[in-house]
Design a protein around this ligand. Sequence first.
Ligand code: NCD
Length: 313
Amino acid sequence: MHILSADQLEPSFLSELLVESLEMQEARASLESRQELSTRHTGKQICTLFYEPSTRTRLSFELAALKLGAGVISTEAAGMFSSVTKGETLEDTIRVLNEYNTAEDNSLGVIVLRHPETGSAKRAASVSEIPIINGGDGKGEHPTQALLDMFTIFMHKGRLDNLNVVIGGDLKRGRTARSVAQILANYPNNRISFVSTSELQIGDDIKAKLDTNNTEHQETTDMYSALETADVVYWTRLQKERSEGEDEDSSRFVLDEKALEVMPAGAIILHPLPRVNEIATIVDTDPRAVYFKQSGYGLPTRMALIDRLLRTS
Ligand code: NCD
């Protein structure tokens, strides 16, 4: 089973993953459980194949695998150091990884792929028996970030429905916002306010999905008004490396002291990180800022996902 889009994380599958993530998180509290986990997938391996920079996604997947007893093979700048520099296609690289398994030994059980081209994970999956996890494909999607984002919301708000969610920043090129919005659309009574410049608005494909699911949504540049009724604030950085000459005036949308003043006391602030300057550092010490905790949740959620895929591979 490949994990390519947040679309696949429909409510019944997502609830199972969230429960398993919570179990992983709780298991980590006991020495006995940690020891059981550390040998659960001995003899299996995962590959992290990253053609774009990453800190959290790659390291949390690798740490998750190691904590489950699985080995890791990795290339962290595949575009620079792998045979891609010699002209190899992504498909050929994936075919080669598949050849490392045989009928008797299919221990390479997961490939986590990050690639600058939208749709690359799907292309990789089309030639792979080994499950591909999309660790971010260009301006497309980042489903496992959305998984940990949902885990964060669930841990802090206790529900995934009936939420006022404000999603802000570079929504045109930010793949995490696209994945998160799709999942929120699967739960009843969520209302989404997208805050961005007119040039960096969320794609029509996502808006169409929200319409199909009758998820209320609006686009606005009035950040402070949107924040007044927020349960969840999901902020993102300007994707400078994906710029095609758009007006990059996202500096208008900085979460600052005034934002904290207008936001309800029970709201939570998420960010997939890296944060550049779109959240003032003064926000970090506010109890509503959960973005560093959120990044920590990358570990139990990715442990749960790897565990599931290695169990079935
Ligand atoms: C995100 C990504 O790569 O899309 N980072 C991450 O995986 N936590 C967000 C970003 O780079 O802005």
